[in-house]
Design a protein. Structure first.
Length: 242
């Protein structure tokens, strides 16, 4: 993707210019390249946002996320929600209000994946709810006694990680025609499940967040591992709950 964002926003290019690979503008590009290889951000879907003190770094909407350059990044002032830097032509990610919902709850980064494992898990939970006559909209993904559960924190406001014998619960919300319309139900799930750091979107993907980008990333990895395992377990007729 061609780097844009010089002329009109040149004065704010200092916000996205750094030789530090961990600078959010550089880091988002590297993460999205890696996430593309995992099938998390294919076909322009998915993304990642990072909060750095007063600033939120946001990718553009509808672009090939694996080809983004730091100059393509939007920078928002978190306190006022005003854009300090807007690359020309591009629009900010439609996921922005969902990322902000995570930042409003103390997150330092939020990742959105379109992983097929996440989507398949929501389809299996939907199938279970329908076959058992339960409300699909109330269903959660639940699993226990899998070592990788220990890669998921106990919950917001709690120290430490889940244990091997703890049950991992990930709420699932309904998909909507437009990404931004998910905001209300994502926030409702965050309130209903105050301990969760992740919400699945039925037939769509996953939102996962953490205190910083490293925590958001390792949780995304742990969850994707667990979702993939869960799909394979179902194929082998193995139960998720002991
Ligand atoms: C394949 S289009 C997917 C989008 O509608 C949306 O679900 C998404 O995840 C990315 O939105 P975007 O505005 O491009 O950042
Ligand atoms: Zn999406």
């Amino acid at each position: 993707m061609k780097a844009q964002g010089s002329s009109a926003d040149e004065s704010m290019d200092n916000l996205i210019t750094s030789t530090d690979p961990e600078h959010p503008a550089n880091h988002i590009c590297t993460l999205c390249r890696n996430f593309y290889a995992l099938g998390w951000v294919t076909g322009t879907g998915g993304g990642v946002s990072i909060r750095d003190g007063p600033h939120i770094f946001i990718a553009p909407s509808g672009v090939q996320k694996e080809l983004m350059q730091p100059a393509n990044m939007f920078v928002m002032d978190y306190a006022t929600r005003a854009y300090l830097r807007k690359p020309p032509i591009l629009k900010p990610s439609a996921c922005t209000p969902l990322f902000l919902a995570a930042f409003d709850r103390g997150a330092g980064s939020c990742i959105h994946t379109h992983s097929q494992w996440a989507v398949l898990v929501t389809l299996l939970v939907e199938k279970d709810a329908v076959s058992q006559g339960r409300e699909v909209s109330d269903a959660c993904f639940e699993i226990e006694q899998i070592e990788q559960i220990k890669g998921i924190p106990k919950g917001r406001g709690k120290d430490g990680m889940l244990g091997f014998f703890d049950r991992l619960t990930v709420p699932i919300i309904e998909n909507t025609a437009h990404e931004e319309d998910l905001t209300q139900s994502l926030e409702a799930a965050m309130e209903r499940y105050p301990e969760t750091y992740a919400v699945l979107v039925r037939r769509h993907g996953l939102y996962v967040w953490g205190a910083n980008v490293q925590k958001a990333k390792t949780q995304a990895e742990s969850l994707d591992y667990i979702f993939r395992l869960a799909v394979e377990m179902r194929r082998l007729d193995l139960p998720w709950i002991q």
